[in-house]
Design a binder for this molecule. Structure first.
Ligand code: AR6
Length: 183
């Protein structure tokens, strides 16, 4: 496992399935409708049980725009909360994708602080079905987390990226090495 420390807080990388993570909050790579889907979203809904979809329908009937996130309980998952983030579909890079992906990560970090979460796990948002290039997407994710942990007043102590494939892991490992984490 690769990791770096920033102001006594930590960014970690691990391979695996995010639905098994016993952290305060896990992020989901959702879509604007917030009604479930494939990929990590499907895995999270299957593991959480039907209560997750019921809560999303009740609390967020209109869904949430790309670049934002909303929080729910985690139902049958081992975490306490799920932060449903909507990353952009990759359309070549000229459609604000980088800002929208950064927004999806930052929205989760802000929600985690509002919930006073100490540990948070992210999947590689937009890097599956949505087609975001992994090198660039990993850099945006790691930089958003590093900036947040380097700032004042966050409740977060550990932010972990849980990567499903070796290839995605390697892109995050490069991004972690290249990100400036000095105070
Ligand atoms: N744990 C961790 N990572 C996973 C898991 C898992 N259990 N399963 C897949 N991944 P994707 P997106 C990885 O496609 O690109 C859905 O239909 C996967 O290998 O899940 O943001 C939603 O409803 C990849 O590296 O999300 C949306 O419609 C990463 O998670 C759409 O897909 C993200 O891949 C969102 O697409």
């Amino acid at each position: 496992m690769d990791s770096v420390e920033i102001r006594r807080r930590r960014i970690e990388l691990t391979r695996g399935d995010i639905t098994t993570q016993a952290v305060d909050a896990i992020a989901n790579a959702a879509n604007e409708a917030l009604r479930g889907g494939g990929g990590v979203d499907g895995a999270i809904h299957r593991a959480a049980g039907p209560g997750l979809l019921d809560e999303l329908r009740d609390r967020y009937p209109a869904g949430t725009p790309t670049g934002t996130a909303v929080a729910t309980a985690a139902h049958r998952l081992p975490s306490r909360w799920v932060l449903h983030a909507v990353g952009p579909v990759w359309r070549g890079g000229g459609h604000g994708e980088a800002e929208l992906l950064d927004g999806a990560y930052r929205s989760c970090l802000r929600l985690a602080d509002e919930l006073r979460a100490r540990t948070l796990a992210f999947p590689a948002i937009s890097m599956g079905i949505y087609g975001y290039p992994s090198d660039e997407g990993a850099r945006i994710g790691v930089e958003a987390v590093a900036r947040h942990l380097g700032g004042e007043g966050t409740s977060l102590e550990v932010v972990r990226f849980v990567l499903f494939s070796d290839e995605t892991y390697d892109h995050f490992a490069v991004a972690l090495r290249e990100t400036d984490v000095s105070d």
